[in-house]
Design a protein around this ligand. Structure first.
Ligand code: NAD
Length: 295
């Protein structure tokens, strides 16, 4: 297939590389020249704008951008995708954005004659490199079926979530729970260690007891408990605290629109905001334990 790819950052670059490895022809664009050069060196074809990607000989176009404002600009702007794309091109936005913007942009794509899916991911940069991402996909089921073989070259768990925007709904709900559970894991670990427990023994108890969750077992925020976790590597890499703050903001905004209370989600947002304001936004999000301890 011929595929356009816009947004070659931490996630987009390895995803586009996996498309190339699978034998697809990939047309790329990013604002950052070095990102484009890296993909070009691996066999991709550069385009000079989103509109130029869209008007290339493509069957599908994927975007992986930071936030809703970038998605609106890339699809709806003057040099944007919808200004130039053929009606046969299937559009997929994999950025994490709010469900309402995903629905608004998809409605404009539909009005233009294009099918569009929202397909945010989880699995982080490691999953993007390994091609093992989870895709949460919203849109028409028959469009999902067409996209599935391509998504399978970048992920291993591709889940149809229902109508347009539902991929973003699933992502926002999951990441709100992740933010809350990480803060809970940090509080519990810090309490236990402060009261005299060895952190590894405490984590072992929690992980065979009812407190167990992904944040305690796979990604424990206490240094030295899980060797592969960012906590054991100075909280470098992984999923940045500022990205978690962004996702908690999406959750609380979506909750406001739906008139649904998210008490712990809002508290988690405030704690990450405090942490970020202290200059820690680039650290992995498990470093939130620093709010509770000096570790
Ligand atoms: P990133 O900032 O590394 O990459 C975004 C890329 O988009 C950059 O290269 C930037 O230059 C490019 N870009 C911005 N505006 C553009 C425009 N107008 N035209 C073309 N390119 C433009 O971000 P990332 O870590 O790759 O994340 C991308 C999305 O995936 C975000 O929505 C994020 O929340 C989500 N996500 C990230 C992770 C993660 O672990 N990093 C995990 C899951 C989901």
């Amino acid at each position: 297939m011929n595929i356009g790819f816009i947004g070659l950052g931490h996630m987009g670059a390895p995803m586009a590389l996996n498309l190339l490895k699978a034998g697809h022809q990939v047309y790329v664009y990013d604002l950052v020249e070095s990102a484009v050069q890296m993909l070009e060196a691996s066999g991709a074809i550069r385009a000079a704008s989103p509109a130029k990607v869209a008007s290339s000989e493509i069957d599908m176009l994927i975007t992986m951008l930071p936030a809703a404002a970038h998605v609106k600009q890339v699809y709806l702007g003057e040099e944007g995708v919808l200004a130039a794309v053929g009606k046969h091109v299937l559009l997929i936005d994999s950025s994490t954005i709010d469900p309402q913007t995903a629905r608004d942009v998809a409605a404009q794509a539909t009005a233009h004659g294009n099918a569009m899916l929202d397909a945010p991911v989880s699995g982080g940069t490691g999953g993007a490199q390994a091609g093992t991402l989870t895709f949460m996909v919203g849109g028409e089921k028959n469009v999902f079926d067409k996209a599935l073989p391509v998504l399978e070259t970048m992920g291993k768990n591709i889940v149809y979530c229902g109508g347009t925007g539902n991929g973003q709904v699933a992502k926002v709900a999951n990441n709100m729970l992740l933010g809350i559970s990480m803060i809970g894991a940090a509080e519990a670990m810090n309490l236990g260690v402060s009261l005299g427990m060895d952190p590894k023994i405490l984590a072992g108890i929690i992980n065979t007891s009812s407190g167990r969750c992904w944040s305690t077992e796979v990604y424990n925020p206490y240094p030295g408990v899980v060797e592969t976790a960012p906590a054991s590597k100075g909280y470098a890499g992984g999923f940045g605290a500022d990205l978690m703050l962004k996702d908690l903001g999406l959750a609380t905004e979506a909750a406001k629109a739906a008139k649904v209370p998210v008490v712990l989600g809002a508290a988690a947002q405030q704690l990450y905001q405090t942490f970020s304001a202290q200059g820690n936004g680039q650290l992995d999000f498990s470093a939130i334990i620093k709010l509770f301890s000096a570790k």
